[in-house]
Design a binder for this molecule. Sequence first.
Ligand SMILES: Cc1cc2nc3c(=O)[nH]c(=O)nc-3n(C[C@H](O)[C@H](O)[C@H](O)COP(=O)(O)OP(=O)(O)OC[C@H]3O[C@@H](n4cnc5c(N)ncnc54)[C@H](O)[C@@H]3O)c2cc1C
Length: 452
Amino acid sequence: MNSHLPENTVASTWSRSLVAPESIPERADIVVIGGGIVGVSAAWFLARQGVDVVLCEKGHIAGEQSGRNWGWVRIQGRDTREIPMMLESMRIWEGLAGEIGEDVGFVRGGCFYTANSRKQFEAYDQWARVAADHDIDTRLISASEIKQHVRGSAINWAGAMHTPSDGRAEPHKAAPAIARAAAKAGATVLASCAVRGLETSGGSVSAVVTEHGVIKTSTVACVAGAWTSMFCRSLGIDVPQLRVRGTVARTAPAEKLLEGTLFDDRLGIRRRQDGGYTVANASVLECPITPSSFRYFFKFVPALVQELKLIRLSIGRDFVDEWSTPRKWRLDEESPFEKTRVLNPKPTPGVLKGIRRNLDTVFPQLKDTPIIESWAGMIESSPDVVPIIDSIDSLPGFHVATGFSGHGFGIGPGAGKAVAGMLTGVDSGIDISALRLSRFFDGSPIRPQAGI
Ligand SMILES: Cc1cc2nc3c(=O)[nH]c(=O)nc-3n(C[C@H](O)[C@H](O)[C@H](O)COP(=O)(O)OP(=O)(O)OC[C@H]3O[C@@H](n4cnc5c(N)ncnc54)[C@H](O)[C@@H]3O)c2cc1C
């Protein structure tokens, strides 16, 4: 692996050589499993409360979704259940660099969802009313107003939904910087340290078993992104989750056409701190069929129906990989988490071609700007596309935070604060009651938000 990549590449986040920790603590008040933005933020808040917290990451900090995402930090269009947590997250992002003493690339550049049809406008109008109820500065704007903020587009959009206070940040910087802040505040952050499973005593959590030894603890948070369902299944806990592949590209630095982020039927685009653009195809959802697709099929039907036109099903390696992974494993042998240190799917060539084509169609001024890096990430989705943050009653001491469904980067710091509150009982001020796991099993209707 190339360890001399420039700092601003996505690959630089996850291509460092893996060095096992020299030692691990014998015990901790709390162990967090997973070094993505939610896990490191939880560890940061816990350490600041004086909690003795250990974070275990099987690969690199931000090696998976948190270092591979588009870098949008938006409240616009969110499910109402996420709004309190996202408002708090925005407040944290605003002061983050000052608090941790490191740049994370956060800029309030605004977010645009462009509209081409009356139906789209109606959906946006509904959300703008929700925004007004929460004092969020979302507005519907006209075609001419878009042109004041977004230059060089060849598309005559009918209008857009716009939230000027929405932002962007740099995924390759944010979670690693928060992890360093957590360590400075007293957390023990262990990379290359997979958690294989748990030990229990009297039916409650008593330790985590890592590949480097046992850490005694009574409280564990599984914040393991795309691995959460598998980890929980090995404990007999059902967490419905499917993986969706996202292919992403970035351009070389180019003229400034917009300050923040824009979502059109064809592409999602974000201005980067290095002057380039992070770009993805908005009209494709790459869904690999796996054994979990059958296991959770009925729970995901509403989401599948809603996104039917965008879904591209495929069957291949992902099916075989999941099929051949045991349901349970011995804790004194290599686990699936060590076998795949970093989930690093290949970008899909056809989708990359589409990104180039759509970019040239929407912003012809970028026709000669080369794409200089591409990558992919596995997004984990819950059936209603809203996170699950909950304590597991059947295993006292065990908690989960997962299902961020393609929009957990922006909400990550707020989610970390909410998780810390759930673990310590200290009121975080964020209501997570609607994010309970049981909503998928108690007959509640599973309602993904309507298409925005
Ligand atoms: C292509 C793409 C685009 C996206 N765009 C955006 C966006 O613009 N805005 C936005 O808000 N969100 C976006 N997202 C979603 C966002 O990145 C995620 O929701 C968020 O990063 C989830 O953070 P996390 O900490 O929960 O999980 P992750 O970042 O996935 O971290 C989980 C970590 O747990 C580790 N782990 C798993 N199992 C174990 C184990 N047993 N032991 C130890 N460690 C373990 C993994 O290695 C991983 O590093 C996007 C995602 C992708 C892939």
